[in-house]
Design a protein around this ligand. Sequence first.
Ligand code: BJW
Ligand code: ZN
Length: 250
Amino acid sequence: MIKFPDDFKGILKNAKKVAILTGAGISAESGVPTFRGEGGIWNKFKPEELATVDAFMSNPKLVWEWYLWRRQIMSEVGPNPAHYALVDMESLYDDFSLITQNVDGLHRMAGSKNIYEVHGNISLNKCLDCSRPYDGEINIDDGELPQCQCGGKIRPDVVWFGEMLPADIINKAFAASERAELFFSIGTSALVHPAASLPVTAKQNGAYLVEVNLDPTPLSDYADYTIHGPAGEIMPEIVEKIAELKEDSK
Ligand code: BJW
Ligand code: ZN
């Protein structure tokens, strides 16, 4: 059972503009490994070995093996109660933006609408050189890696370290954070920038900042309210409370 202090209840009931930032932790209960911490995929693989252009240039087969392994996991899982709670939450607020660092597509699969995927989508491919989308098969078994018509190497359409985030999407994510009255940071270690700056931007612009995470993060002491626990249990309880508060005030 979560506690609902008065200031939290007040903002849940009265906020009109809400923004959410999600990270790998929201998909953990679906069976998608997180990046860091216990069970994190990067306990086995160092990020700088795999999620950079340099790594891809020097060993594209290894990087593709990693992505195909993750695609396989993601093709076998579905949204969990936290994803579905955010679908319901969207229907309770006039201005609702769901910013996700996740590349797994589970928010879309659950039915959320106003989504900003700031780190791309693992199911898409593009050319390393000209960025043209590529929807052919990726078959790395024969040693031949897929190539664009321009001759460039085909890569997953995700954002690697040292790369710019898609400008239109991250700009909209910052705008939503600046105007938010209520901001939730859910299941992210809040370490990777610029996404990790979004909750700070929101609070600096007057939002009430809530963190939902299993463990403490650099944001925990800064947030107005921090709830430690699994997102799949916490988020449905919060959304049920919002519906109840709004119903009572009718
Ligand atoms: C649960 C749970 C449950 C578990 N319930 N909770 C400013 C300061 C310092 C550095 C930088 C800076 N600005 C830029 C940088 C450099 C760099 C960066 O941030 N480095 C830091 C690590 C120090 N950033 C970049 O390079 C970015 N680009 C950029 O800034 O471009 C401009 C530029 C260019 C050139 C030079 C300089 C600037 C790009 C970042 C791209 C990140 N890409 C990845 C890979 C995506 C593709 C793929 O999936 O393979 O994105 S890295 C990886 O980390 C992935 C994630 O989206 C991201 C964040 O991870 P997330 O989601 O937070 O997951 P975890 O695992 O870290 O945390 C899970 C959390 O859930 C934990 O807290 C658990 O406790 C919790 N949890 N189960 C609730 N059930
Ligand atoms: Zn190309």
